[in-house]
Design a protein around this ligand. Structure first.
Ligand SMILES: [Zn+2]
Length: 422
C-alpha cells in the first residue's frame, strides 16, 4: 500500500477559478488526489502511513498546461530549428524537461521534427526520463509554401482534399494525438503573409472529418480573419494565434457558441519586441511589431465575448525559451484577462482544450497529482509563475519531479529522475 502524501499549511489555488483557500490540506494517495480543501475538514485515516509535507506560507497550484509549444525549437534568434536527427532528439528531450522543471507538467506540441518527438514520448513513458505529459500533433500540415523549406522537418505539405485526407491519416498512423493544420500564412516564414488564407473550407473540413473518425481534434494555425472564420465553421477545436480575430465579432460569437478555444500565443511577439534582438533578423522584428497590437486586441475582445481562452506560449520562437512559458499568463492578463481567469487559461481551460480535464488541470479529488508549490501568491504578480526563484517544487503523478536543490525531502517522495527547478 502506498503511503499518503499530505500537503499542509498551504494556500490552495485549485485551478478551477474558485477563490483560494487559506490554510488548506491536499492529500495524495499513489498518483491521485484524494482530498483538497480546508485543513479543518480533513480527516486522516489512522491506518495509513502518512508523509507530511509542511509548506507553511506557500501556494499550491495545479501543474500548468501549455497548449502550444514546439519542442524542436529552442528560441533560436533566427527561428532556424535545424539539427541532424541525433542532435534533434536530444534537443526535444531537453526542452521537454525544461518545461517540467518550470512547473509545466503537460504540453501540447503543435509541430515537431521528423516525428522524433514520438520517440521522446516513448522514452518518457518507459520511465527512462522525467518529462511532461505530451500531447503531440506530429507534423504541421500545410499547403505548398516556403515555410515547408524553412521548417523542413516540421511540415507535411498537402494540397487538395485527397492529399489532406492522406496527410491526416498518415500523422495519426505515426502516433499523432491531434492534427495541426496551417490554415493561414505565418509570421515566422520570411515571405509568409499572416493574414492570407491557405487552406480552403473543403480541405479544412476533410481534416476535421478524418481526425474525428479516431477521436482526434484539430488545432488550426490561423492569423487572418477569413481563415479563422473558415476554420471555425469547419469545426476545428482551437484557433492558434488568432491575431486578426478582432476583425470578426461574428466569428467570436460563433467560437463562444461552439466552444472553440483561442490559444493566443502573445509571448511569441512580446519576447521579440521586449527582448535583446541583436541576433534577430529585421524581418522577424518588423512582423512581430506589426501583429502584436492586433493580437492583444483580439484577446481582449474574445475574452469579453466569452470565447474559451487556453494558454499557449509558442515556446520555440525567437527568444521564447522553454521554461519561461508561464509568462504567457502574465501577457494574457496585460491584454485584459483578470488574473484568476488568466491563470485558469493555463489550468482547467487548458486541460479542456486538450480533452484531458478528467485527469489534470485542477486540484480536485480523483485527479492526477500534478502540483506546483510557489513561494508567494501568483495572483499578485503572474510573472511569479515563471520565476525560478519562486518555484519551490513540482510534483507529477504524486512524485517530486523538480525541486530547489537546497531543499530536502523524504526519499520515497522523489521521482527516480528528479530535476532541479529552472
Ligand atoms: Zn507555433
Amino acid at each position: 500500500m502506498n503511503s499518503l502524501l499530505v500537503f499542509q499549511n498551504i494556500t490552495l489555488i485549485d485551478g478551477t477559478g474558485r477563490d483560494p483557500i487559506v490554510d488548506a490540506t491536499v492529500a495524495v494517495r499513489g498518483n491521485k488526489i484524494i482530498y483538497a480543501g480546508a485543513a479543518r475538514q480533513w480527516l486522516p485515516s489512522l491506518k495509513e502511513d502518512i508523509i507530511n509535507l509542511d509548506f507553511a506560507g506557500k501556494y499550491l497550484l495545479p501543474g500548468l498546461i501549455d497548449c502550444h509549444v514546439h519542442l524542436s525549437g529552442s528560441g533560436e534568434p533566427d527561428s532556424r530549428f535545424d539539427a541532424d536527427d541525433g542532435a534533434m532528439v536530444l534537443k526535444i528531450l531537453a526542452n521537454a524537461r525544461r518545461n517540467l522543471a518550470a512547473g509545466i507538467t503537460s504540453v501540447r506540441d503543435l509541430g515537431g521534427w521528423n516525428e522524433l518527438e514520438f520517440e521522446v514520448r516513448r522514452a518518457i513513458k518507459r520511465g527512462d526520463f522525467s518529462g511532461p505529459r505530451l500531447m503531440l500533433a506530429g507534423r504541421f500540415i500545410s499547403i505548398s509554401e516556403s515555410g515547408a523549406d524553412q521548417y523542413a522537418g516540421m511540415y507535411r505539405v498537402a494540397d487538395g482534399v485527397d492529399e489532406v485526407r492522406k496527410a491526416v491519416r498518415e500523422q495519426i498512423k505515426h502516433g499523432a494525438d491531434l492534427v495541426k493544420l496551417g490554415v493561414t500564412g505565418a509570421v515566422l516564414v520570411e515571405d509568409g503573409v499572416p493574414g492570407a488564407t491557405h487552406f480552403n473550407s473543403d480541405e479544412i473540413g476533410v481534416a476535421v472529418e478524418e481526425a474525428a473518425k479516431s477521436g482526434r481534434r484539430v488545432a488550426a494555425h490561423a492569423h487572418g480573419i477569413d481563415g479563422i472564420r473558415k476554420a471555425v465553421q469547419a469545426g476545428v477545436h482551437s484557433i492558434e494565434h488568432g491575431t486578426y480575430l478582432h476583425q470578426g465579432p461574428d466569428v467570436m460569437q460563433e467560437m463562444a457558441r461552439r466552444g472553440t478555444f483561442l490559444v493566443p500565443t502573445l509571448k511569441a511577439g512580446r519576447d521579440v519586441i521586449e527582448g535583446d534582438t541583436r541576433r534577430v533578423p529585421d524581418w522577424i522584428i518588423d512582423k512581430m511589431r506589426e501583429t502584436q497590437k492586433a493580437a492583444d486586441k483580439s484577446v481582449r475582445m474574445a475574452y469579453q465575448a466569452g470565447v474559451p481562452i487556453a494558454m499557449g506560449s509558442d515556446a520555440a520562437t525567437p527568444l521564447n525559451f522553454h521554461g519561461e512559458n508561464g509568462l504567457e499568463v502574465h501577457w494574457m492578463h496585460e491584454a485584459g484577462l483578470k488574473p484568476m481567469d488568466a491563470l485558469v487559461a493555463a489550468t482547467l481551460t487548458a486541460a479542456k482544450a486538450l480533452g484531458w480535464e478528467s485527469r489534470v488541470g485542477s486540484i480536485e479529488e480523483g485527479k492526477l497529482a500534478d502540483l506546483v508549490v510557489l513561494d508567494s501568491n501568483p495572483l499578485e504578480d503572474l510573472r511569479r509563475l515563471a520565476d525560478k526563484k519562486q518555484i519551490r517544487a513540482v510534483f507529477q503523478d504524486g512524485k517530486l519531479v523538480a525541486r530547489q536543490p537546497v531543499d530536502s525531502y523524504p526519499k520515497s517522495v522523489l521521482a527516480q529522475d528528479c530535476l532541479a527547478v529552472g
